[in-house]
Design a protein around this ligand. Structure first.
Ligand SMILES: Cc1ncc(C[n+]2csc(CCOP(=O)(O)OP(=O)(O)O)c2C)c(N)n1
Ligand SMILES: [Mg+2]
Length: 262
């Protein structure tokens, strides 16, 4: 059950399609907020534009629903003006890595003290299924009708390289692990980035022979490999199946951070 103290029931019915993974991510985030014992008047949710960015609208707390790609710029402003607040950002793969890509790397570099949760459905969901920077090579979308010819960004690895203090990746299938990762991210001073691979049966699945909701969840579960196992296979020179992505904790460190409560 979604954390009742934080859920805005008056906003129902929600806009998400049947089988969308975003509700799971909101639920895990609110479970983490409860675990942290954060108060409503000291917590702000910030987002850009997209299905994922609609998440703060369902949460009973102050929020900023900003412009496409600019959530991290607004969140940086909030955190610098009010370091006493807990800042949580919801974003999508398009919002974060396409139009907002530059804000992403610089917020990691500055190590801004906030928790950023990216619902990576590997597509522009809200606008009807155009390819994004995380659309896998070969995947179909409305803008890649012959299969994407471009390599995809690995968002979590990008955050590690750019300097974030905490980086983890899970999927909407891994509910317990995801909740724990978000909680750890919230506990870690500096930029905490949690990438969540989520299912978008409507605009990704439909184009990629994953029409049924369980097909997409099975796809996520089946392609996820714990980073420790992945590293071991690499070390042993063993083959890694096509399309595999790592899950688990990719960075936990203590670089100097900006916007930390004094
Ligand atoms: C400046 C600007 N450019 C384009 C758009 C149109 N637009 C709205 S949402 C979106 C993509 C959303 O994709 P993503 O961030 O992955 O979110 P999702 O809907 O998949 O959760 C785009 C291109 C916009 N609203 N503003
Ligand atoms: Mg998306």
């Amino acid at each position: 059950m979604i954390a009742p103290d934080w859920f805005r029931e008056d906003r129902l019915p929600h806009i998400y399609c049947a089988g969308c993974g975003n509700g799971t991510v909101i639920n895990c985030t609110l479970a983490a907020v409860e675990e942290m014992g954060w108060k409503r008047n000291e917590t702000v949710f910030v987002s850009g534009i997209g299905c994922s960015s609609r998440a703060p609208g369902y949460i009973l707390a102050d929020s900023l629903h900003t412009t496409h790609g600019r959530a991290l710029a607004f969140a940086t402003g909030v955190k610098l003006a009010r370091p006493d607040l807990n800042v949580v950002v919801f974003t999508g793969d398009g919002d974060l890595a396409a139009i907002g890509g530059n804000h992403f790397i610089h917020a990691c570099r500055r190590n801004m003290d906030m928790t950023v949760i990216c619902m990576n459905n590997q597509i522009y969901g809200m606008t009807g299924g155009q390819g994004s920077p995380t659309t896998p090579q070969g995947a179909f979308s409305t803008t890649t009708p012959y299969g994407s010819s471009e390599p995809a960004f690995d968002l979590a690895e990008l955050a590690v390289a750019a300097g974030a203090n905490y980086v983890a990746r899970w999927t909407s299938y891994h509910v317990k692990e995801l909740t724990k990762a978000i909680t750890t991210g919230m506990q870690t001073p500096g930029f905490a980035f949690i990438e969540v691979r989520t299912q978008c049966p409507t605009n990704f699945g439909r184009h990629n022979k994953l029409r049924q909701i369980p097909d997409m969840i099975e796809y996520l579960r089946g392609h996820a490999m714990h980073v420790k196992k992945y590293d071991r296979l690499l070390e042993e020179g063993k083959p890694i199946p096509e399309g595999t992505f790592t899950v688990g904790e990719l960075a936990r460190r203590n670089r100097p951070a900006m916007g930390v409560r004094r």
